[in-house]
Design a protein around this ligand. Structure first.
Ligand code: PLP
Length: 448
């Protein structure tokens, strides 16, 4: 067989040309590290349904979905129509607009913890605001977060991120450049699913010092909480008066309409959203308890008031897209279909893994799945032996998929390949991708 990386280079010449141009004008040639790809990223120009096309005209089944937001797939007709209609009115207004009221009403109605809603422009901003609200509400400063669980790039959220074990410099903190030490000291981290570690940490920091715990209800969306883990965090935060913030940016509206809090039956004090609710447009939102959200009010004495502002929150174009997304998500057939197609991927992949007896497992639920390089039940992201094969194996599998027309997300803290599945993905898409993996796995792991 021809060298796969050579073959991919030949098929993606225009991507290489753009990458070379981008290197001259952008650091590392990308606008966000999540888009870095070795030896160069594939540049895409068009998407429809479950497919994207690159600048060289190659057609791929898209499992990246814009890093997750496109839960309905590319160009869903209901979203496109709403966007077109809205474009013919206006995209932005300085005044409040009816769409923001309708969207906030819907979200508050659906999300279990919500009495009120404040929009932001990204999920990072939503998390910044949630933490600020928690600090104002409690009068405390320390926040606890899950080690290596990405909740945005702000100062408060980079402490607690470490270089993945399988990469050079594994285990060292990363991304702390420019983050004041005084801020770093206020963020402390614990391991997902380590209930005792969490209890010890909260005691060490001091019961009366913790303003908030901010976490995804499932680690990186795909590692599920062990029974009792979220419940313990809920009860300890209630006991100590800390605000529990669920980051539902990945789980929200993906694990069902009520997201992680509905799925796991644990209600936080505040929850943050982004990605999925915007139908591909930039959005964020904080939803939660009225007494905490009310700190934003102009009626709160100036010194205690939480300040949040922006030109874009509640922007009509974004609200129109979000309302269209919710309209589709609320249809009775939506989640059964998303879950059925996601389950098909998992079931077919598990058959492949069993047949070949390879050390892989399928993580995640519903329309979010990852193939992880371990054959043990994955309980903690700290497991050092997730990568039992060469690190290059992930890249080789990614490449085999790309060569046969499937784009997966092959990076992140864990050595995994991630598959975001949309409402537009068909059984045929899934079977084609699993078939590629079936053939590639033996080849790649056989060489490992
Ligand atoms: C769980 C989670 N929270 C927050 C963010 C930050 O989102 P944004 O890019 O909208 O700032 C992300 C982005 O990947 C995420 O996965």
């Amino acid at each position: 067989m021809a060298d796969p990386s050579q073959e991919l280079r030949q098929r993606t010449r225009e991507s290489q040309r753009l990458h070379a141009l981008a290197q001259q004008v952008a650091v590392d040639a990308v606008q966000a590290p999540a888009k870095l790809h070795s030896p160069f990223p594939i540049y895409t120009v068009r998407g429809q349904g479950s497919h994207v096309w690159d600048v060289d005209g190659n057609d791929y089944i898209d499992y990246v979905l814009g890093l997750g937001p496109l839960l309905l797939g590319h160009g869903h007709p209901v979203v496109e129509q709403r966007l077109r209609d809205q474009l013919s009115h206006f995209v932005l207004a300085a005044s409040p607009n009816p769409l923001e009221v309708e969207l906030a009403q819907k979200l508050v109605h659906i999300v279990p913890c919500a009495d009120a809603c404040r929009f932001t422009t990204s999920a990072t901003e939503a998390n910044m605001l949630a933490v600020r609200l928690a600090r104002a509400y409690t009068g405390r400063e320390v926040i606890l977060r899950v080690r290596n669980d990405y909740v945005g790039w702000a100062d408060a959220f980079t402490p607690g991120m470490f270089v993945p074990d399988h990469e050079p410099g594994g285990g060292q903190p990363w991304g702390l450049g420019g983050v004041p030490r005084s801020v770093q000291r206020l963020t402390r981290s614990f391991d997902f699913n380590d209930t005792e570690g969490f209890a010890r940490l909260i005691q060490r920091v001091g019961n009366d010092k913790v303003a908030a715990v901010i976490m995804e209800p499932s680690f990186r969306g795909v590692l599920m909480p062990q029974p009792g883990f979220l419940e313990s965090i809920r009860s300890l935060t209630t006991e100590t008066g800390a605000v529990l913030i669920f980051d539902e940016v990945v789980s929200g509206f993906r694990f069902g309409l009520q997201g992680g809090q509905g799925y796991f039956g644990v209600t936080p004090d505040l929850a943050t959203y982004g990605k999925t609710i915007g139908g591909g447009l930039p959005v964020g939102a904080v939803l939660g308890r009225r007494d905490i959200m009310d700190r934003l009010s102009a009626t709160v004495p100036a010194l205690e008031r939480v300040y949040h502002s922006g030109t874009w929150p509640g922007m009509p174009l974004v609200c129109a897209a979000a309302l269209a997304v919710l309209e589709v998500l609320e249809q009775p057939e939506t989640y059964p279909r998303l879950n059925r197609v996601g389950d098909l991927f998992a079931a077919e992949m598990r058959k492949v893994i069993q047949r070949h007896e390879v050390p892989l497992s399928v993580l995640g639920i519903g329309p979010l799945r990852e193939i992880a390089f371990t054959d043990e039940p994955v309980l903690s992201p700290r497991q050092k032996d997730l990568l039992k094969v060469r690190p290059e194996a992930i890249h080789e599998l990614w490449m085999a998929l790309a060569l046969e027309g499937s784009l997966a997300l092959g990076k992140g803290y864990m050595p995994t390949l991630r598959f975001f599945i949309s409402l537009a993905h068909t059984d045929a898409d899934i079977l084609k991708t699993v078939d590629t993996l079936d053939r590639a796995i033996l080849r790649v792991l056989g060489r490992g």
